[in-house]
Design a protein around this ligand. Sequence first.
Ligand SMILES: Nc1nc2c(ncn2[C@@H]2O[C@H](COP(=O)(O)OP(=O)(O)OP(=O)(O)O)[C@@H](O)[C@H]2O)c(=O)[nH]1
Ligand SMILES: [Mg+2]
Length: 347
Amino acid sequence: VDDLIQKARQGHRRSIARLISQVENSDAAAQTAVTALHAHSGRAHLIGVTGSPGSGKSSLVNEIAKAFRRRQARVGIVAVDPSSPFTGGAVLGDRVRMRDLAGDDAVFIRSMASRGSLGGLARATSTAAKILDAAGFDVILIETVGAGQAEVEIAGTAHTVLVVEAPGMGDDIQSIKAGILEIADILVVNKADRPGANRAVQALKMMLHLAPAGYAFRGHHGPAHATLDEEAPAPATKEIDGWDVPVLEAVATAAKGIDEVVAAITGHRDYLQAGGEWQVRERERSRQEIERLLQARFMAQLRAAVAPVALDEIVAAVAAREVDPYTAVDRLFSQLKGEKLHVAPTA
Ligand SMILES: Nc1nc2c(ncn2[C@@H]2O[C@H](COP(=O)(O)OP(=O)(O)OP(=O)(O)O)[C@@H](O)[C@H]2O)c(=O)[nH]1
Ligand SMILES: [Mg+2]
């Protein structure tokens, strides 16, 4: 693995691909890779791209990648959704075109298998991004479908979050998933060649202004603040004021509106760096990374300490109202200290 890590750091494509596979399949490999590479990461601009299924995220990511290539940036792409066509026809064609345009090593595209737990997927995704970061990619685009909270969370660990919607949603504002708007730094109404684009833009702008003050647009910081330190005060409104979430129109399939999207992305990066907000987000990302690892380790430890049969027993006791869930958790926790599991009814 050490050899692989060294080669990956030098940007060797095949080593990067193999290292990401190993990290996907093994926690031990992930630990080795992250331990070696973390200090060399932190330079890349991580851009999360999320939004409704079929809204054109992959098409847009593809155009954004090309635009960054024209600006000489090296671009990594991690797609979490297995249905994304990055590994297949159309986009692979674009990838080959990009290769003609830019040379072999400047673009790296990777789809993450969505097998296993979403927690595992989040870990594998952030580790893949870290590997690409340490390998010298300047911009890393992470595509997820904004369907579940976990996917939103993956996108939310980026520095800049693009939420992509398509016309049609304007008629049904409720269809925009709760949680997706408040992580948006940039909103894109793609498929602006379709009717209703303008209405969608207006609806989104209205929703942005309706969001409660002190809460808006910083969702990936808001909820995260509440996890390790529940007593921490809500982030000051002042912090939130500095960035106006733009609502842009684009036609990804015709490469329209892409320069504006890229300008918004680099503008957001400049905003983060100028105001010290970049460091704030880095700390938040680190906090989330630590929490994810802690949770995984706690659960692994618990699974090692408690026999599945014993766990089933206490679950059954809670379901039968013989034991309350808090007492059950107390007892499971005492297992971690090597005590025997009690399934006796709560007094
Ligand atoms: N008319 C029109 N079609 C588009 C546009 N952008 C993408 N499409 C088409 O919409 C379909 C879905 O595009 P994708 O880029 O795969 O969308 P996605 O959001 O990545 O989809 P999932 O990853 O499956 O959620 C494809 O057939 C695209 O060709 C656009 O701007 N206008
Ligand atoms: Mg896609």
